[in-house]
Design a protein around this ligand. Sequence first.
Ligand code: MG
Length: 161
Amino acid sequence: MNDLPRIGLGIDVHRLEPGRPCVLGGIRFESATGPIGHSDGDAVLHAACDAVLGAAGLDDLGTLFSDKDPKHRDRASADFCTAAMRLVRERGLRVLSLDAVVETEAPRLAPHRLAMRERIAALFELPVDRVNVKGKTGEKVDAIGRGEALRATVVALLGPR
Ligand code: MG
């Protein structure tokens, strides 16, 4: 069974607040608002980790790295990716592709999409052409449309090493 591909889905929402640093997909954005979080609030990497962990049949990010634990405060989310990848390798698996959608009014992702793809590809050990990141606005609807929050959704495909 372990030779069959496995799909996983991760979704993460963070509230946005003025004056917070804005790191998405491991890339720092110049933005008037940034995600609030116990770690650096990088919703894209959190959703990517949950997608990868889910596909591997492992516990989710919140279970592995509780936001109640002070040692995860302001932690770079890249650390979570490294830890998730160690667990994936231990299961005899690797990531084959990742596809992300980021819904946010700001910042605009387009100028940094390639940088985000390159960073995510490096963190999850796959070529850039197997990672995609798409930006969407909230069309003025709900909390995302009002610029109060952002949401990242990621699907991951895993296969044997
Ligand atoms: Mg999160």
